[in-house]
Design a protein around this ligand. Structure first.
Ligand SMILES: [Ca+2]
Ligand SMILES: [Ca+2]
Length: 313
């Protein structure tokens, strides 16, 4: 099994669960939902599935789907299952590739660091669904890989600097079947799906790697360089962990609410109190991308106080 990603221009987020509800029927994936098959066989089937009633089975060949994004990073996760050790190792040569990895004939994961394949000690069990998570950062030109929520490689340089042509490629060069399900690709953070957090401190690996050079490099409760916020608080608020960078809440001109710059995958909860000596009570939850609260509950009040709580969704 091999995966390769390159990305740039307009279709993310992309999700594929190979279900009838997505417009996918049993039989070859070629021509369904924008997928193209090159090679022998890649069939949507019902016998082995990770979720729902259908999943993709690849037996020799590669399937392609266009991906495009204006963002500077890509979050990708999917489920895969190998029936047996692959009978052949692929070679990636496409200069448009951003990142690539595969399971080799020893069932070890192999990641590309630049154009060099590097065998990891991580082994992939057979006949078990495995979740793979990829974070690809085009600003910093690195990518990370996790298997079942545990980081196995981080800070790898991208295969190529060329990200102008975008596609997702899933292939199986061997003869033993490989199954794939629940593909999810986005260019904003996908926290609802449970991003890998190897040290369990509520800051995902990608953020620790991007800002501190390792997937577990930050102590979440330590003070950041940003005005007394902890590192965890800077991550949740989406502000700098290094310098003064306040989360700005702006009162509406009429004094009946506030606005802010929202961060993807965040939930903003508004609380209100008639005075600072009274307890705040919850009014409303406003998920990203909402960026404004207008108070309709206290139209006649001459005074009041708002509190805005930010959570990762
Ligand atoms: Ca499915
Ligand atoms: Ca963490």
């Amino acid at each position: 099994m091999a995966i390769a990603v390159s990305a740039s221009a307009s279709q993310l987020p992309f999700a594929e669960s190979f279900e009838v509800a997505d417009g996918v029927v049993e039989g070859t994936i070629n021509g369904q939902n924008g997928w193209t098959l090159v090679g022998d066989t890649a069939d949507v089937q019902t016998a082995v599935v990770q979720a729902g009633a259908q999943a993709l089975k690849i037996q020799g060949g590669q399937v392609y789907h266009d991906l495009s994004s204006d963002g500077s990073a890509v979050w990708l996760h999917f489920q895969a299952r190998c029936d047996a050790a692959p009978t052949a190792n692929p070679t990636v040569t496409d200069a448009n590739t951003s990142l690539a990895f595969f399971v080799n004939t020893n069932l070890n994961l192999v990641v590309y660091s630049n154009t060099v394949p590097v065998e990891l000690s991580a082994q992939v069990p057979t006949n078990a669904w495995i979740r793979f998570d990829v974070y690809c950062d085009y600003a910093d030109m690195h990518w990370d890989l996790s298997m079942d929520g545990a980081n196995v490689a981080a800070g790898l340089p991208l295969y190529s600097t060329n990200s102008q042509v975008g596609s997702l490629v899933v292939g199986n060069d061997g003869t033993s079947p490989v199954y794939v399900d629940q593909i999810d690709v986005a260019d904003t953070e996908q926290t609802t799906a449970g991003l890998p957090d190897s040290d369990g401190d509520q800051i995902p690996d990608w953020w620790e790697q991007k800002y501190f050079g390792g997937p577990t490099s930050v102590v979440a409760a330590d003070p950041s360089g940003n005005d007394g916020l902890t590192y965890l608080e800077t991550y949740i608020a989406g502000v700098s962990p290094f310098t003064s960078d306040p989360f700005v809440v702006t009162p509406l001109p009429a004094g009946n609410g506030m606005s802010w710059t929202p961060v993807p995958s965040r939930l903003y909860s508004v609380y209100w109190a008639s005075s600072l000596s009274n307890a705040f009570t919850w009014i409303e939850d406003l998920p990203y991308p909402q960026s404004e609260f207008v108070d309709t509950a206290h139209p006649g009040d001459t005074a009041g106080f708002y509190s805005l709580k930010v959570q990762v969704q």
